[in-house]
Design a binder for this molecule. Structure first.
Ligand SMILES: *Cc1c(COP(=O)(O)O)cnc(C)c1O
Length: 480
């Protein structure tokens, strides 16, 4: 791949400025001037247009292809929410307005969207309050664990540990560690859910919280969740819910009713705002009443006269977690999506997501090892049988690229060898799933009959199989 810098030719230009017809400003102090040329590419307008148009055609997205990336809920993002987020009344608001004198009166619509989104998320999850500030799931986790720390601090006790199951997403231990806790890892049992006896051994009054995902990353509902919550609450450890997999249970059960005290959601997963490529996202955090006073400022409040305002009067708050009030336009898209689907639509969403994953699992279970015979919204297969022919999960993932699919998540969860984690989501048709399944079956056949063909994949991409470590460390295209 050529970079725009490779197209540079001395003196080639997109624009030339005409002579100034105003007096020249005084030159800035020499200490502010750069000492060497800035070495921008020297290219024509056509070079620029062609380069970036061609690059954009290499994009892979939900809008172009099936994207069954497990744990990421890459569902279709309806375009009407994009249209709404482009309305001038929303996208041209200045975030400082609500804090200016008389400013709140001019942003009532936006504040109402925030207020109502919090109410809807409370209703959907069974929590008492929400903050919409965090900008991603992991940011929400950090916020949540900081709230947990504030809770224990207010009770004048120091707790050292957070318990996390071995199937957890890596951000869980990372967030708890950043918030100052030591991590205790707890194993899954043969069914793939949390091992209750092992948990009981680790649980004592030095534990601040248990962080769980439900359904967990094996795509399985934690069927002993009420007992786990009871044990945690007995020692006043709090229950944290990683909501990345909420899509599986939408409208069917609520984390607040399952015994969780703090949760984060990924609006960019469950509530269909675009994601990938680093954002922007939104990771709202919901809490039970006992944690409310610690929530970040600012909070949106509804006044007695029905108007809305930002409220900073929360002396026990953990403070700001992000500028202003989070990624407003992302929140707006999720709000519109929730209202569009309504109660019945959200219930159907979960049903179809679970049905699609089970369909994939049922049709592939004779060709791959499986972590379980039934699943929730995603299924975890294993390419362990294929290793007998020297083929690994990575080879199958690369082959799927040639078939026109984004590969599933691989080598996660860590407790499944050669894991291939497939999350089809509710928005894919049976035809797409059948095509994907046929390719997965073909990959399993090739593993036996012609493993070299899998080892060479992908063949249809601009660059072939990369040395991924090298590609990440040496971002110089010439070397790949
Ligand atoms: C995606 C995910 C996260 C992290 O969320 P981000 O929005 O990517 O920061 C945490 N836990 C699980 C299980 C996830 O799938």
């Amino acid at each position: 791949m050529e970079m725009i810098f490779d197209k540079s030719r001395p003196g080639r230009r997109c624009t030339r400025f005409s002579c100034a017809d105003v007096p020249q400003a005084k030159a800035p102090d020499a200490k502010f001037l750069r000492r060497s040329a800035c070495e921008l590419p020297e290219v024509s307008e056509l070079d620029v247009v062609r380069h970036f148009t061609n690059l954009s055609r290499l994009n892979f997205s939900v809008d172009t292809n099936f994207y069954p990336l497990g744990s990421c809920t890459m569902k279709y993002n309806p375009k009407f929410t994009e249209d709404l987020s482009r309305l001038e009344g929303f996208c041209r608001l200045h975030p400082i307005l609500p804090q200016l004198k008389g400013g709140a009166a001019r942003v009532q619509g936006a504040l109402e969207v925030l207020y109502e989104t919090e109410c809807l998320l409370c209703e959907i999850t069974g929590m008492d309050h929400f903050t919409l500030q965090p900008a991603a799931g992991a940011h929400g986790e950090l916020t949540g664990v900081m709230l947990i720390a504030a809770y224990h601090r207010a009770k004048k006790r120091k707790r050292r540990y957070v318990i996390i199951p071995d199937s957890a997403h890596g951000t869980n231990p990372a967030s708890a560690a950043i918030a100052g806790y030591e991590i205790i890892n707890t194993p899954s049992n043969a069914d793939g859910t949390m091992d209750l006896a092992a948990l009981e051994e680790k649980l004592n009054d030095d534990v601040a919280a248990i962080m769980m995902t439900c359904p967990n990353t094996l795509g399985l509902f934690e069927n002993q969740i009420d007992e786990i919550a009871r044990l945690a609450h007995k020692v006043d450890a709090l229950m944290y819910y990683d909501g990345a997999n909420l899509n599986a249970i939408l409208g069917h059960c609520r984390p607040g009713d399952l015994g969780f005290d703090v949760i984060h959601l990924n609006l960019h997963k469950t509530f269909s705002t675009p994601h990938g490529g680093g954002g922007p996202g939104a990771g709202p955090v919901g809490v039970k009443n006992k944690l409310e006073k610690f929530l970040p400022v600012s909070r949106v409040k509804k006044n007695h006269d029905g108007t809305f305002a930002l409220d900073y009067n929360h002396p026990d708050s953990i403070g700001y977690l992000a500028h202003f009030y989070g990624n407003f336009l992302v929140i707006l898209k999720a709000y519109a999506y929730i209202l569009y689907l309504g109660r019945e639509g959200l219930i159907r969403t979960a049903r179809h997501a679970v049905l699609n994953a089970n369909y994939v699992l049922a049709r592939l279970k004779d060709h791959y090892d499986t972590a379980a015979s039934r699943c929730m919204h995603e299924c975890v297969l294993s390419a362990a049988p294929q290793t007998a022919h020297g083929v690994h999960a990575l080879d199958i993932a690369k082959y799927l690229i040639d078939c026109g699919f984004h590969p599933p998540t691989i080598y996660f969860p860590l407790i499944v060898k050669e894991a291939l984690m497939i999350e089809p989501t509710e928005t894919e048709s049976k035809e797409t799933l059948d095509h994907f399944i046929d390719c997965m079956v073909r990959a399993a056949c090739l593993a036996k009959e012609n493993p070299e063909a899998l080892k060479k994949a992908p063949l249809t991409t601009p660059v072939a199989r990369l040395d991924e470590t090298k590609a990440a460390r040496e971002m110089n295209c010439a070397s790949i």
